[in-house]
Ligand binder design. Structure first.
Ligand SMILES: [Zn+2]
Length: 376
């Protein structure tokens, strides 16, 4: 039970790189890639290790992106085998990071090694954009490296993020975008008073209710091929003094938009303000954009990756914009086409995390296949 991908996955699992620690993973990967002619550029920011590595000189760039850090294992005693000791049981390799995402890293590295060996003078550039800060706060990781690449005019054309995207079999799902998230905090100012003398008060609940109901009822957009319609949800609504005979002086309402690329944050904000202004409210509204939506449509990367998965794995990948966040949110806005493709995600972040051993070589073959298709 050994292959270049399997062996490298095991070596990475042995390094206890609990976020944001890298524990030597990037040095190991950098040495491997350097031996195959990659130019290695460590890009540390703060306590975070990052790596940018390039093979080739001109033409379009296909970058593999990923993270060496893992989430904490929790109590190791609960694991069937120690979390940082790669262990084979049945068809699977167990260890923290096996699926998220050291198996993918090993698949990328070995795919690139084979590709540059068989095509030493390939057109375009093969690159790696790796960080040790994805599972944590992610402020000194990919976002900083991308800012530097933007500054240099060196943003990749295509980027494959090795996040474990698959549901039940390798390749059955690929992510090509995600929804945006926009938070609003509304403060409505009224005039407190006695409920028996409403003419001497201004009730912020009565004033806000029609406006909130209007916001609730709006169809913000219809979504599009890859996204469901934008959703608006009120998460907190607070007013009242606790007394039955007092009209409250203020109302607080928190709400959230999960929005598609059919809307923009600025557009949603303008529509909300128009409704609140139309209702004559005396209000203050604070916004926090936690992430803009992004989408990679059916361009060359999506097409090439789908075709390779189809041919090599016999699976037609579903394109999805669901799931949690990934570093794709930092790479796509810089102008790269981005897809996420990796192993089955059933055990990620869990006790006894594992990856199907056969999938390691198959994933590496898919990555090599995409290189063959795009850098020819
Ligand atoms: Zn991950």
């Amino acid at each position: 039970m050994s292959s270049a991908v399997f062996d490298l996955t095991c070596e990475l699992i042995r390094r206890p790189s609990v976020t944001p620690e890298d524990a030597g993973c990037l040095a190991l990967i950098g040495e491997r890639l350097a031996a195959f002619g990659f130019r290695i550029e460590p890009m540390p920011f703060g306590p975070v290790s990052n790596l940018w590595a390039v093979h080739g000189t001109a033409g379009p760039t296909l970058a593999f992106a990923g993270h060496t850090d893992v989430v904490p294992p929790g109590d190791p005693a609960v694991w069937t085998s120690p979390p940082f000791e790669p262990t084979v049981r049945g068809d699977h390799l167990y260890g923290r990071g096996a699926a998220d995402m050291k198996g993918s890293l090993a698949a990328m590295v070995t795919a690139a090694e084979r590709f540059v060996t068989s095509h030493p003078d390939h057109p375009g550039r093969v690159a790696f954009l790796l960080t040790s800060d994805e599972e944590g706060i992610a402020v000194d990781g990919t976002v900083r490296v991308v800012a530097e690449l933007v500054r240099r005019g060196e943003v990749p054309d295509w980027c494959i993020v090795g996040e474990p995207s698959s549901k039940s079999v390798l390749g059955d799902l690929m992510r090509n975008g995600r929804r945006g998230s926009l938070n609003g905090r509304l403060h409505v100012q009224g005039i407190q008073g006695h409920v028996a003398y409403p003419e001497l008060a201004r009730n912020p609940i009565h004033q806000a209710l029609p406006a909130l109901d209007a916001l609730r009822a709006i169809t913000w957009d219809e979504g599009n091929e890859f996204f469901p319609p934008t959703s608006f949800q009120i998460s907190n609504l607070t007013a009242g003094t606790g007394a039955e005979n007092v009209i409250p002086g203020t109302l607080e309402c928190w709400f959230n938009f999960r929005f598609s690329t059919a809307s923009t944050a600025a557009g949603l904000q303008a529509r909300v303000r128009a409704i609140l202004d139309g209702a004559g409210l005396d209000y203050r509204l604070d916004w926090q954009l936690s992430g803009a939506p992004f989408l990679t449509g059916r361009g060359r990367l999506v097409q090439a990756t789908c075709e390779v998965v189809d041919e090599m794995l016999g699976v037609t990948p579903e394109l999805s914009t669901g799931g949690g966040t990934s570093d794709g949110r930092f790479i796509a806005p810089a102008g790269a086409e981005v897809v996420e493709l990796g192993p089955v995600n059933a055990t990620i972040h869990k006790v006894d995390e594992c990856v199907r051993i056969a999938d390691l070589d198959r994933l590496s073959a898919v990555f090599e296949g995409v290189l063959e298709r795009l850098l020819k």
